[in-house]
Design a binder for this molecule. Structure first.
Ligand code: SME
Length: 168
């Protein structure tokens, strides 16, 4: 299989521009995971697709629940990161508790934020479900404050739903 990442420099300054980017990402992701059920391969390619397509990111990757109380680092792109995060700790562990996406406009203002990369200024974490149960999170970090909003949360969720179907 050959796969070509779009050369497009995506704009994200309007909701419409974001919707265009996420529609393209969904289409590329469908192609990437088509016919493939290997979870590590699909989550690794998912991280790469998002990290290399979305502007102004410094980290994108997964943490998975290895026990009900602890997340462990999964496939990612960016600098080496914290390996284990307790449920309820940081943005990732709080997302597991909440079961919904968390948008953090300013990481310094989030109580208990875990700083893996000092360059991170804002963050978006989206839960990943397998067979109806929370299985982990997909975490995006940006060096820019206020990089993510609810349009991004819904857009990343739409990508995660495609990924989850490869486990069904
Ligand atoms: N900031 C996250 C930790 C993971 S890193 O950003 C890759 C948190 O507070 O849970």
């Amino acid at each position: 299989m050959t796969f070509h990442l779009a050369d497009t420099a995506y704009r994200y300054d309007t909701p419409e521009a974001k919707e265009t980017m996420y529609a393209d990402l969904r289409s590329q992701l469908e192609g990437l995971v088509h016919g493939e059920t290997d979870w590590i391969a699909n989550t690794a390619n998912f991280s790469s697709l998002v990290f290399n397509t979305m502007p102004d990111l410094n980290w994108a990757g997964f943490y998975f629940l290895h026990t009900p109380e602890e997340l462990v680092l999964g496939p990612f792109q960016g600098k080496p990161a914290c390996i284990r995060i307790k449920r309820g700790r940081g943005v990732c562990g709080s997302t597991v508790d909440k079961g919904e996406a968390i948008v953090v406009p300013d990481v310094h203002a989030f109580p208990g934020h875990i700083a893996c990369d000092v360059n991170s200024r804002s963050e978006l974490v989206v839960p990943v479900f397998v067979n109806g149960a929370i299985a982990g999170v997909f975490d995006l970090d940006s060096p820019l404050p206020n990089r993510f909003d609810d349009v991004d949360a819904r857009g990343i969720e739409s990508l995660v739903r495609i990924l989850e179907r490869t486990r069904a």
